[in-house]
Design a protein around this ligand. Structure first.
Ligand code: ADP
Ligand code: MG
Length: 321
């Protein structure tokens, strides 16, 4: 159970933004700027941060949908940037991506059953004769009814479409799933159902997830570990219980303070962050969070804080912790 599945070492991914009519210099967008963490088998690892913090880029680079700039990613001990062609195909089966907008990832002219079964046949995980039964069984696991098999994507609600996309990923029998904002476009009541589905599938299929969300409250009930990302770096990481009980980084504290508490007798002071996330082309010197940090001092502009272990697998990058 404690086997390491994924290891990310000082991973960087910069985009180069080419010169345009209005801009003559080549600039680098430091979307992922040195990220280190690992995921153990069975983990549901939550990755949280505001829009623009680099979460999607990190997820896609791990899955090798993007090339890296530097650093390494190991999946089951193998460097994913050094896989042979055949190994890469296998890696792409073992690790699946589910993202926010299920409508754009489903072909409107293809029936649900075919959408789910297509890749199974292509990768020889099913034959033409037994694919229908296998698709029905996966649909059932994902909370879809048998009669849905011959319907088209537009006949479904947003929540059901997300179930279809999840079923399509599950059909390839993955070990690891990156879910990028999978519930952000859904109503709150539907969000809970899809989160329950992820949780059920994790137990039944022995899956591990990298669960990406801009909303800390979404990961609270699903994930066993949580990392907080800001402008290309992880600034804090801990077990879910530890992070919610004992948040240490000022950014984590601000994100937590924005979650409403259902009990009206408990008051939590809301920390409002100044301004917006800075551009990853010209990030602030020293600690990148300092321009919005309520406790920043001169030192923060001069020296980037170390990412240090404060005990019980709790890591944080702040000079004042
Ligand atoms: P998140 O998923 O946390 O919102 P992203 O990974 O999408 O963050 O983006 C991180 C940063 O990288 C943003 O500033 C974004 O504008 C930039 N970015 C993302 N994709 C590209 C791209 N293809 N080319 C240039 N910049 C990009
Ligand atoms: Mg994103």
């Amino acid at each position: 159970m404690n086997e390491t599945l994924l290891e990310v070492n000082n991973l960087k991914k910069f985009y180069s933004s080419k010169s345009t009519l209005f801009k003559s210099v080549n600039e680098q967008v430091k979307a992922v700027d040195g990220v280190t963490f690992s995921i153990k088998k069975g983990d549901i690892f939550g990755l949280v941060g505001e829009s623009g913090s680099g979460k999607s880029t990190l997820g896609k680079t791990i899955l090798r949908l993007h090339n890296k700039t530097s650093g390494d990613v190991f999946f089951k001990g193998k460097n994913v940037f050094k896989l042979s062609k055949k190994e890469l195909i296998h890696y792409r089966l073992q690790s699946q991506l589910v993202f926010q907008d299920p409508f754009s990832s489903l072909n409107p002219r293809i029936r649900i059953g075919e959408a789910i079964g297509e890749a199974m046949i292509q990768h020889k995980l099913a034959s033409r004769t037994n694919v229908r039964d296998q698709v029905l069984s996966i649909m059932e696991k994902c909370g879809l009814s048998p009669y849905h098999i011959d319907r088209y994507p537009h006949e479904f609600s947003g929540g059901q479409r997300q179930r279809i996309v999840i079923a399509r990923a599950m059909a390839l029998n993955p070990e690891f799933v990156v879910t990028d904002e999978p519930v952000s476009a859904l109503d709150v009541s539907i969000q809970a159902q899809i989160i329950n589905l992820f949780s059920e599938l994790q137990e039944k299929e022995n899956l591990s997830y990298l669960f990406i969300s801009h909303d800390l409250s979404v990961v609270e009930h699903l994930c066993n570990k949580v990392a907080i990302m800001y402008l290309g770096n992880i600034v804090e990481q801990a077990s879910r219980d530890e992070l919610f009980k004992n948040p240490l980084h000022p950014y984590t504290k601000a994100l937590l303070s924005a979650i409403p508490i259902p009990d009206p007798t408990i008051k939590r002071e809301k920390i409002i962050l100044k301004g917006e996330i800075p551009s990853p082309i010209t990030p602030p010197s020293g600690c990148k969070f300092r321009t919005r940090c309520p406790i920043a001092q001169k030192k923060c502009a001069d020296i980037p804080p170390d990412y240090k272990d404060v005990g019980s697998n709790h890591f944080v990058a702040c000079h004042f912790v």
